[in-house]
Ligand binder design. Structure first.
Ligand SMILES: Nc1ncnc2c1ncn2[C@@H]1O[C@H](COP(=O)(O)OP(=O)(O)OP(=O)(O)O)[C@@H](O)[C@H]1O
Ligand SMILES: [Mg+2]
Length: 266
């Protein structure tokens, strides 16, 4: 018998062979939220909990083909964008999204993996600013990414200062993630429609932090697709990630994954 159609989510991102981040984290997070996940793979990485060993970039025409195949038939209620890798991929993703009716976009401006390996060519940052930031309803940089997008030097601007700068550069909404700051609490700051919300939560003492950024933006996208407003979606997604960190397990010798199917997760 036909069941009600669930919200449809498209993630445009890289594959993490280690299963903790990228497309794999997105699909697990979507499934945990009961939404239907679809993918356009931009790069295939040979990666584990320790490092990114190799990156195979998917030709940009094939990225377009995946997006068009999905959107022409199935459609999407929200698009989540993660690792893009280079300028050409950024251009084709922006073109594909621009050429059809507007779909809400959550943009995770992935630049560097938790292992320290680069996932976006340095010269592609300006293409991200020019072509994709204006299409995004919410941009979710970590602190180093926000500093690069704000054209500021590390430590120069406060969280509010960084967000002001990104908004003045065309971002519609910003979630500044505080995972990289020090302290017993992690502080994430959201700005949408001129209003700031501050989310403070205990820092979980764990090395299982691979893919926290991917998981968080995927959970926000899933919750937006289910009808949450931005503040509710971000607050719920932070709660989901907190449980996934608290109930994580040891895997590999480096930064292991979070537990996407943690109890209490939805
Ligand atoms: N140890 C921790 N305990 C609790 N929350 C955390 C911890 N580390 C990160 N987070 C949360 O995870 C989310 C992602 O933040 P982070 O700054 O780590 O993003 P990121 O650098 O993009 O992650 P990634 O390396 O996966 O790309 C934020 O909501 C942050 O508060
Ligand atoms: Mg990240």
């Amino acid at each position: 018998m036909n069941q009600p159609t669930p919200p449809r989510l498209l993630t445009i991102a890289g594959s993490d062979s280690g299963g903790g981040a990228g497309i794999q984290a997105d699909l697990k997070t979507f499934a945990a939220h009961g939404v239907f996940g679809m993918t356009a793979v931009t790069a295939v990485t040979a990666q584990n909990t320790v490092s990114v060993e190799a990156v195979h970039t998917v030709p940009s025409a094939f990225v377009t083909a995946q997006i068009e195949a999905v959107l022409d038939d199935i459609g999407a209620d929200v698009v989540k964008i993660g690792m893009l890798g280079n300028t050409e991929t950024i251009r084709v993703v922006a073109n594909a999204l621009r050429s059809r009716p507007r779909i809400p976009v959550v943009l995770d401006p992935v630049m560097v993996a938790k292992s320290g390996d680069r996932l976006l060519e340095t010269e592609a940052v300006s293409a991200l600013e020019e072509h994709l930031m204006p299409l995004a309803d919410l941009v979710t940089p970590n602190i180093p990414e926000a500093e690069i997008l704000a054209h500021s030097v590390p430590g120069e601007l406060t969280a509010d200062g960084l967000i002001d700068e990104l908004i003045s550069r065309g971002a519609r909404g910003v979630l500044l993630k505080g995972g990289h700051a020090e302290g017993k609490e992690v502080v994430d700051v959201l700005r949408v429609s001129g209003k700031s919300s501050v989310f403070r939560h205990p820092r979980v003492a764990t090395t299982s932090t691979h893919g926290t950024g991917c998981t968080l933006s995927a959970a926000i996208a899933a919750r937006l697709a289910k009808g949450d407003d931005a503040v509710t979606a971000v607050s719920g997604a932070i709660g989901y990630l907190q449980r996934a960190l608290e109930q994580s397990f040891v895997l590999g010798a480096g930064h292991g994954p979070v537990n996407h199917l943690a109890r209490g997760a939805e």
